[in-house]
Design a protein around this ligand. Structure first.
Ligand code: B12
Length: 209
């Protein structure tokens, strides 16, 4: 597989990112391998360049757009999957946080492995999560946070569920780059997923599949 794709994402060349992903798929590459070996590592490089002051917000935005274009090509290939539904997941990114690339990848793989997924988007308040849980009655609530400043919102959302009397009605899984198993345990989540594959195994286990 070509690392030109990785470079296209890092440099925010969104047209090439889509085209090179199409070419990789046509040449028979496994979509999950494209994600693991090209797309995710590209975002790690972008993050490092932002941390070191080499990249600024617009660079990060362009890279995110390139990443989303590549994922759009892969989505139909990942979202097919099992015809019988094995559980329902409501998922969103917590209040104050607009990062959604990782959450969207989790959604795609969950759909592709037989879950009904209700994606409630980004910057989702505790109250809104509660409304959505009441409305959809999911087996699992997935919460994503990418910033150290929004990580505590994972905990406050669980607390709000408790206060609304809904905590025992739904399993809560958490994820996002700064999150860890230790943090998940600390805030009383039912599970932590390191990546989209891990999120799927975790959710399958929680619904007994
Ligand atoms: C792209 C990006 C952006 C884009 C987001 C676009 C979008 N639509 O998502 C934009 C440009 C908007 C952005 C903005 C900002 N960003 Co930003 N961003 C990134 C970057 C480069 C990549 C994130 C990403 O998509 N990673 C790829 C995906 C696939 O990985 P992932 O998100 O971790 O998801 C995987 C797992 O974590 C897991 N997972 C994720 N969610 C869930 C949920 C569940 C339930 C489960 C089980 C699993 C799971 O599965 C996913 C798939 O494998 C990261 C650097 C990095 N390496 O993380 C910085 C980074 C997260 N951003 C950072 C910062 C500082 C910001 C800003 C504050 C910058 C600013 N000055 O304005 C703003 C904040 C805006 C806000 N309020 O949210 C910092 C955070 C530092 C910190 N300590 O908190 C980082 C780490 C960059 C850095 N090195 O400094 N950002």
């Amino acid at each position: 597989m070509s690392s030109i794709l990785n470079e296209a994402i890092v440099s925010g060349d969104w047209d090439s990112a889509a085209e090179l992903t199409r070419q990789a798929v046509e040449s028979g590459a496994d979509p999950r391998k494209i994600i693991d070996e090209e797309l995710r590592p590209a975002m790690v490089v972008v993050g490092e360049r932002f941390s070191s002051g080499q990249y600024f917000l617009p660079d990060m935005l362009m890279a995110a757009r390139a990443m989303n274009n590549a994922l759009d090509v892969l989505q139909p290939l990942l979202a097919g999957g099992e015809s019988t539904r094995i559980g329902k997941v409501v998922i969103g990114t917590v209040r104050g946080d607009v990062h959604d690339i990782g959450k969207n990848m989790v959604c795609m793989l969950l759909k592709g492995t037989g879950f009904d997924v209700v994606d409630v988007g980004t910057d989702v308040s505790e109250e809104r999560f509660i409304e959505e849980v009441r409305k959809h009655n999911p087996d699992i609530l997935g919460l994503s946070a990418l910033l150290t400043t929004t990580m505590p919102l994972l905990g406050s959302t669980i607390k709000a569920l408790n206060e609304a009397g809904l905590r025992s009605a739904v399993k809560v899984v958490v994820g996002g780059a700064p999150v860890s198993q230790q943090f998940a345990d600390l805030i009383g989540a039912d599970g932590y997923g390191d990546d989209a594959g891990g999120a799927v195994s975790l959710c399958r286990r929680l619904v007994g599949r």
